[in-house]
Design a binder for this molecule. Structure first.
Ligand code: ADP
Ligand code: MG
Ligand code: ZN
Length: 604
């Protein structure tokens, strides 16, 4: 396979374009216009026409019934067209035939010079000026795709984003500030001989603002921003990906200092050792090789900084992470409580908010959400306000949209029998009561038994008062007990169990297993890592790293932990059966119960 020809740079394309337009104008002028323009025409009287006919001067004749004229040419001047008004002359045809005149179509109406020569010229010139203008405009601002291959390189002269648009993420911003400074004044670094990393890798879960941060770096430094997404390479023809990368770096070097941003780099930067399908991975490999070549090839002092983003750093090819390539790794984590509040406020700036919004409360209810989720929550809140014909977004709009975004839209018309509704209410209160009664466990924020489109029948929102980075053993264990609280309530009240606890069971099992295999929280296995996490950011699936016998023992231990937590939950509920009934009745009536209402009933 030969690498394809280099795609042309836009400047060259422009020159080619000009030559083509000039050629076209020339062609039209020299070939077409003479055809259209019949040089002269003359109106003559019918008498003259008859005279000329008698003298055998006529060559061709066209009788135009619709215009009621006769158009003709003479033998002397082939180019000249004569015209005369038609007169009612029944003999005409015979006379014409007698004189050997050719009947034909003489095209067209004798046109005037203006329409045949000036107008096309004006049109051509106008068109080319317009095309040139619009092309220039696209060159100067906004996104433009270069070359012929499918993947688009987006170029922005000014991203318009700054670090102020990125809330929280202070560590990431701190790490990127040096790059901004470098882009401001590459000379300063070159003078000392310092060399900044050519590339930095933004690593973190989806929606945490990696793309936003990359744009903010370009915005802060007032340099152009070239971006391309790895996933766009996937659908491309063989060889195009490599060409695209070459093109990208050529553009960037011309515009230095600037930022080159490769989003979703994992799609091209996947480790190369996994078995290549027939030809399937060739393309990706070529693209990756080209990327590595380009990164090695260009001069780091020029002021081109390459940023890349991924949420799967562990699958990246080692070659990408070597010194001189993406050797700086910048974690972009999910926001903490303060970060969430700040993000909410950043997005609230663009929306008309009621003055008394409690952002902290919303932030506390959204543990684990990404910046993108929070941006979405603010927007959903604004949409709800519009739907209800209000001009300000209120607290309840935001609280509703928290549920919309985190749990799916309310399923207003879902049919649930009263009996099922009762079971769901007890189940949810069971979770909440167990959580509230264990001092170390977080209190509830809100319980609702309005079903969501996501499939959750009820929903207990637990809120951590402070942000937890660490969980101690009791807290993990209590969390498992809380998870079993729903099922425990069903058992206690209905003496029957349902399928409604499947998600709880899954979570409880995962936690108990992690206590043993990853957190070293059991005596039997001490601090031995029995599992490794394959993918930290997506799903966090794990694989066992122990013998079969140990695996069997782990399973036993998991059962032991979950059973004991389950019994603890049953005990708590039995002791507080009266409160369980009272709270469940309240929830059944109102469908929603807030944390304050819950604690009020519990403590009275
Ligand atoms: P990623 O690239 O990490 O998947 P994005 O940068 O595309 O995430 O973020 C998507 C959107 O979420 C952003 O456009 C922004 O509106 C919002 N967002 C994410 N993180 C933040 C943050 N830290 N501050 C403000 N907005 C954020
Ligand atoms: Mg992104
Ligand atoms: Zn449950």
């Amino acid at each position: 396979m030969n690498p394809p020809k280099k795609p042309r740079s836009p400047k060259k394309t422009l020159i080619y374009y000009y030559i083509i337009v000039l050629l076209a104008i020339f062609l039209v002028n020299s070939l077409l216009i003479p055809l259209f323009s019949t040089p002269e025409s003359e109106n003559v009287t019918y008498n003259t026409f008859i005279d000329m006919l008698q003298n055998d001067e006529l060559k061709e004749v066209e009788v135009r019934d619709q215009d009621n004229v006769i158009v003709f040419t003479t033998n002397d001047e082939a180019d000249k067209i004569y015209m005369t008004n038609r007169v009612d002359d029944p003999d005409l045809t015979n006379r014409l035939l007698d004189h050997d005149v050719v009947f034909t179509t003489i095209w067209p109406n004798p046109p005037s010079r203006f329409w045949t020569t000036i107008l096309p010229l004006v049109l051509m010139v106008g068109l080319s000026v317009w095309m040139f203008r619009s092309m220039q405009k696209r060159m100067n601002a906004g996104a433009m795709s270069f070359g012929k291959s499918g993947a688009k390189i987006y170029a922005e002269t000014e991203t318009g984003k700054t670090f102020a648009d990125v809330a929280g993420e202070d560590e990431a911003k701190e790490a990127l500030k040096e790059i901004v400074d470098f882009l401001h004044d590459p000379g300063k670094y070159a003078a000392i001989g310092a060399r900044l990393p050519k590339g930095a890798l933004l690593v973190g879960p989806p929606g945490t603002g990696k793309t936003l941060l990359a744009k903010a770096v370009a915005g802060e430094a007032h340099v152009p921003f070239f971006s391309i997404s790895g996933s766009e390479f996937v659908e491309m023809f063989v060889g195009m990906g490599a060409a695209k990368v070459r093109d990208l770096f050529k553009q960037a070097t011309e515009k230095a200092p600037c930022i080159v941003f490769i989003d979703e780099i994992d799609t091209i930067g996947k480790r190369r050792d996994n078995a290549a399908g027939v030809g399937g991975n060739d393309e990706r490999e070529q693209t990756l090789n080209q990327l590595l070549t380009e990164m090695d090839g260009f001069d780091g002092k020029k002021g081109v900084v390459i940023l890349a983003a991924t949420n799967r750093p562990e699958i990246l090819d080692k070659a990408l992470l070597r010194p001189g390539r993406f050797d700086r790794r910048i974690p972009v984590e999910l926001p903490d409580l303060a970060g969430r509040e700040a993000i909410l406020k950043v997005h609230a700036k663009n929306v008309k908010m009621a003055p008394d919004i409690d952002y902290n409360a919303v932030a506390r209810a959204t543990a684990g959400s990404s910046g993108a989720d929070l941006a979405n929550i603010v927007n959903e809140g604004a949409l709800r306000a519009v739907r209800q014909g209000r001009s300000l977004v209120r607290q309840d709009d935001l609280e509703e949209s928290v549920e919309v975004v985190l749990a799916g839209y309310q399923r207003k018309n879902a049919v649930i029998s009263p009996k099922e509704k009762k079971i769901i209410a007890y189940h949810e209160v069971g979770h909440a009561l167990v959580a509230a009664k264990q001092t170390d466990s977080a209190p509830v924020h809100k319980i609702t038994i309005i079903p969501r489109t996501s499939g959750a029948l009820g929903y207990t929102m637990q809120v951590d008062e402070g942000e937890h980075v660490l969980m101690n053993r009791d807290e993990v264990y209590n969390k498992i007990a809380t998870l079993t609280g729903g099922r425990a309530a069903e058992e206690l009240i209905f003496n029957q169990i349902t399928t409604g606890a499947s998600n709880d069971i899954e979570q409880a099992t995962r936690l108990a297993r992690a206590m043993i295999t990853r957190y070293g929280m059991t005596n039997s296995f001490d601090m031995v890592a029995l599992e490794t996490v394959n993918n930290q950011y997506l799903g966090g699936d794990t694989s066992l790293a122990c013998s079969q016998e140990t695996a069997a023992k782990i399973d036993e231990e998991v059962v032991r932990i979950v059973r004991s937590a389950h019994e603890k939950a049953q005990g708590i509920l039995k002791e507080n059966a009266a409160k369980l009934n009272e709270l469940a009745q309240y929830l059944l009536e109102r469908e929603t119960i807030t944390g304050e209402e819950f604690m009020e009933i519990l403590n009275r």
